[in-house]
Design a protein around this ligand. Structure first.
Ligand code: ATP
Length: 237
């Protein structure tokens, strides 16, 4: 579905991605783990059109999307749920969700209402809170709202940047199980996670990133049993 070939991305003189290549198969949940500064967020942001690569290519369903603007990429079916959630605190839950569908607002209102109902089915904790201000929600509900807003774009590929940050284990479990449901409903997912244990449990395939490159790749079972991963990311000796 998605193929990245030798991608280079810089911040000024700092090279964040160094000839990174990877493939994402349709219908999988791919987890990307790695230390702080490995380039995970930069990778997702580049896929979403927020950074222009200096080299390499990004091919989505046979078409190059590298360097295309974010609005174009959303229309191609890629939606990013950013690390800092970036929901609008002074807007209602409903308006935040509607913003996720802004690019098709004129054409399909009925579908938009139906999609909003689907999001509330997926995250029942948001039900009844539609008119509440997003800023008053707990961290867990804000994260569910951020994912819900991403889904309102009807993505074929959903990118999530550390959705578990700062959340209680029970809430993280709820969010991870909703990602599994989404995958079963046919959404391809790339999940960047600091919380390696949770990510490995739900992922089909796992990549380890170090200093702007993919250094290890395998099924989640293979990666979980890799000695280096156990030491570096799972806190086992
Ligand atoms: P984290 O988990 O801390 O977000 P990460 O794996 O997502 O880490 P990135 O945030 O993508 O890593 O950062 C990759 C590299 O790019 C790091 O060396 C980082 O210092 C650098 N970097 C990231 N953002 C900027 C920026 N705006 N300006 C300059 N350098 C940056």
């Amino acid at each position: 579905m998605l193929e990245i070939n030798r991608l280079d991305v810089y911040y000024g003189y700092v090279q964040a991605l160094r000839g990174l290549s990877l493939k994402v198969q349709k219908g999988v949940l791919l987890a990307i783990v790695g230390a702080n500064g490995a380039g995970k967020s930069t990778l997702l942001e580049t896929l979403a059109g927020l950074h222009r690569p200096a080299g390499g290519d990004i091919i989505l369903k046979g078409k190059s999307i590298a360097g295309k603007p974010p609005e174009y990429i959303v229309k191609q079916g890629i939606s990013l749920v950013p690390e800092r959630r970036e929901i609008f605190h002074s807007l209602s839950v409903q308006d935040n969700l509607l913003l996720g569908a802004y690019h098709r607002y004129r054409s399909d209102r009925k579908e938009i209402i139906a999609d909003m109902e689907d999001v509330l089915e997926l995250f029942p904790a948001l039900k009844g809170r539609e008119r509440d201000l997003a800023g008053g929600l707990s961290g867990g509900l804000q994260q569910m709202l951020a994912i819900g807003r991403g889904l309102m774009a009807r993505p074929k590929l959903l990118l999530l940047d550390e959705p578990s940050t700062g959340l209680a284990p029970l809430v993280v479990r709820e969010i991870m199980s909703s990602l599994k449901k989404l995958k079963n409903a046919g959404v391809t997912i790339v999940l960047v996670e600091q919380n390696t244990q949770h990510a490995l449990r739900i992922a089909d395939h796992v990549l380890v990133m170090e200093r702007g490159r993919v250094t290890l790749s395998g099924s989640s079972r293979e990666i979980m049993s890799d000695f280096r991963v156990q030491q570096a990311y799972l806190g086992r000796n």
